[in-house]
Design a protein around this ligand. Sequence first.
Ligand code: AMP
Length: 126
Amino acid sequence: MPIDATQPYDDDNIFARILRGEIPSTKIYEDEWAYAFPDISPQAKLHVLVIPKGRYVSWDDFSANAPEEEIAGFIRAVGHVARTHGLVEAGYRLLANVGPHAGQEVAHLHIHLFGGEPLGPMLARR
Ligand code: AMP
């Protein structure tokens, strides 16, 4: 069920619970600003989720309300995860779903990082 990305942050969302260690995940990377773990239902050979440690519903919330230092730290973390997985030369894809039209399911900003194989067209054909 897609979420309404204009709603306030809900501390019970599944990624908030992963950040608190209440739900298990396999840590791929962690720093002051970000946490990365494998998507439970991978849609590419490599499918990692990178999430900010801060409480942001979506990319919209984050880009509007996060302090500059947090934005810089998070974006650098996403790049770092891709780089350390050796994805730059072959290429990779980033995706952030926001709200119903994009099918956002989890109300905590997450960047999908796809790679490890050719990824096909940017959007599913209609
Ligand atoms: P989105 O549709 O952009 O909100 O993506 C949510 C993503 O979270 C989906 O790709 C799910 O497979 C993934 N997901 C949901 N629960 C978990 C979990 N416990 N651990 C890892 N990934 C999850």
